[in-house]
Ligand binder design. Structure first.
Ligand code: FAD
Length: 545
């Protein structure tokens, strides 16, 4: 996309005079070094996934200037993170930590409060501190990406010995993704469940280590997540209670073989039966990884061709057009594609695959696609890589569906039940039709629940398109919540709304979070508003949206 070259004045955090802010930044330069503090006064450049900006959300659904940083700082150590935090308290400057800032679909690198100083941890704190090939664990800093961890295993000759787990895109940070409770697609796909041990700088500047890390000279920080006493890690995920500077992660032993498989199912209405078939298979681990059931519309978009290749009319691309396009592909004229992987030596895989085959074929017309018939650039092979922990970026292709393509996600949690899948599918279709938006549902089935991930792709240079996408999302969140479905994660712009849906007992959980926030961060400097948690200094003053 052509880059805008609009000159702009630096933003200043609200409540601070420009001169005072510039003086404060000069003080920070003294502490961190001149090159490690950058004022954000240049034109905002969106770049692309691998060269993304750390000043704003490159896929913004609002005006780019809404969630924009005033400056970016690059601490090089835990001690320097502490210095930044103390500086922020002294000057009452809101700071917003990112590990790498590739949180696309959920806000990218942007802070929630305009004019915050972004603390880009990843640029200088990017070491893999340990890989333990006997315990299958590692200890990483915020700037370690899934690609970097994978490459490190290769460099050490360990890639046959142990696997990492990666989300669909491998350029994100292991810590950033995990603290936002992101997911991947091997049996270790629940990243938060697979981490062990944090080092955290608190909003008042103290450093703590959680779990066994609190025991001096311990030898089990990455092996036993709980330690002794209250398990505090949870409050540092999807929150604004601390800055994570180190994290332990478990790694998966090479299972001794793997085999990807793909099934397709002919009708939209097959969804409910399929989900009911998946549930017992998934809970009993016959289906071993986060299973994906994708609608054919997204499959067509994942070809990387723009929507205009198929349809140039208004509103969603008609389903007969999608199905006609699909008929030319390996999916054929079918509605759903299931992607999975069986793990282990051939004889163990064969047993599981036979069970899966028998169950899936209960749906009339179900077809197993022979991978040998699929070309090398077919989406299936990207799923194959990701499900064996090999980082990839193929998944970006469907973002090209719209010109200047960007996306934002609606991601409610539901039981693994056909009736729920049917309800969510109907809700999504109705609201997408109402706003004239193409509907991309993908059901990602965890052990006892599933996330429905609906990606809304929009043209970031088209204000009407963005407004429709946002209005659609807001309706989706509210209507889903009324039916008992809540988001597992959300974009900055929706955080207040989503937090508001978790309102049981007169908002008791948010009241608890606010008490924690005020106790841990009395000056309210750390990521105000993240996940709907506002510190006292900001509450009720019009920041919520
Ligand atoms: P960051 O942007 O660094 O961090 C995310 C947020 O966590 C930050 O905004 C910040 O609020 C907080 N945070 C980060 N680091 C710290 C820290 N050290 N201390 C305190 N708070 C911190 N995501 C998935 O999970 N699974 C997927 O399969 C997936 N597929 C995607 C597909 C596409 C096409 C796109 C565009 C995105 C996808 N995403 C997916 C979303 C996103 O790209 C990833 O989750 C990505 O890993 C997040 O970016 P990051 O790791 O750079 O995290």
């Amino acid at each position: 996309k052509p880059q805008k070259e609009r000159q702009r004045l630096p933003v200043v955090p609200q409540g601070i005079e420009r001169d005072d802010f510039l003086k404060a930044l000069a003080e920070l330069k003294e502490l961190l070094g001149d090159g490690n503090v950058e004022i954000n006064d240049k034109p905002l450049r969106d770049g692309w996934y691998m060269e993304h900006p750390n000043t704003h959300d490159m896929m913004t659904i609002l005006d780019e200037e809404e969630f924009v940083a005033s400056a970016v700082v690059y601490p090089g150590s835990t001690e320097e993170v502490q210095q930044v935090v103390l500086w922020a308290n002294k000057h009452r400057v809101p700071i917003f930590p990112i590990s790498m800032g590739r949180n696309l679909g959920y806000g990218g690198a942007a802070p929630r409060v305009r004019g915050s100083v972004t603390v880009d941890l990843g640029r200088r704190m990017n070491k893999i501190l340990d890989i333990n090939a006997e315990d299958y664990t590692c200890l990483v800093e915020p700037g370690v990406s899934f690609y970097a961890l994978y490459e490190a295993l290769k460099e050490r000759g360990l890639e046959e010995h142990m696997w990492i787990d990666t989300p669909d895109l491998g350029g994100g940070s292991v810590i950033g993704n995990t603290v936002d409770r992101g997911v991947g697609y091997t049996p270790y796909g629940d990243h938060w469940a697979c981490h062990s041990g944090l080092e955290v700088v608190l909003p008042t500047g103290e450093v703590i280590r959680t779990g066994m890390g609190a025991l001096p000279n311990n030898n089990t920080w990455q092996a036993f997540p709980y330690g002794f006493g209250p398990y505090s890690d949870g409050i540092f995920s999807q929150s604004n209670f601390g800055i994570v500077t180190k994290m332990g992660m478990t790694l998966m032993p090479n299972p001794g073989g793997y085999e990807s498989f793909m099934y397709t199912f002919p009708n939209d209405d097959d969804l409910a039966q399929l989900i009911d078939i998946i549930r017992p298979l998934r809970i009993s681990n016959i289906l071993e990884n986060v299973a994906q059931v994708r609608h054919v519309t997204q499959y067509i978009a994942a070809s990387g061709h723009p929507r205009s290749k198929f349809y140039t009319g208004p509103g969603p691309v008609p389903q007969d057009v999608i199905r006609a396009a699909a008929a030319e592909t390996p999916v054929g004229d079918h509605a759903w594609a299931y992607y999975g992987m069986a793990y282990g030596p051939a004889h163990i895989r064969a047993h599981k695959l036979a069970l899966i085959d028998r169950e899936f074929r209960r749906i009339p017309g179900a077809r197993r696609i022979d991978p040998a018939t699929l070309p090398a650039d077919e989406y299936f092979w990207s799923r194959d890589r990701v499900a064996r922990g090999v980082p990839d970026i193929h998944e970006l292709r469907w973002v090209n569906w719209a010109p200047n393509g960007a996306h934002i996600a609606f991601s409610p949690v539901s039981p693994i039940r056909g009736a729920d899948a049917r309800r969510l599918f109907a809700l999504g279709r109705r609201l997408h039709d109402k706003y004239g938006i193409d509907f991309f549902p993908a059901f990602c089935v965890g052990l006892r629940e599933m996330h429905l991930i609906v990606e809304i792709v929009f043209d970031r240079d088209d204000a009407a398109n963005k407004a429709a996408a946002l209005a659609c999302l807001r309706d989706l969140v509210d209507e889903a919540a009324r039916e008992g479905y809540g988001e597992y994660r959300t974009h900055l712009v929706l955080m207040d709304q989503v937090a508001g849906t978790y309102s049981w007992n007169d908002g008791a959980l948010m009241k608890f979070n606010e008490r924690l926030k005020d106790a841990l961060d009395p000056n309210g400097i750390l990521a105000p508003g993240r996940c709907g948690i506002w510190p006292r200094r900001y509450r009720g003053r019009g920041w919520e949206m």
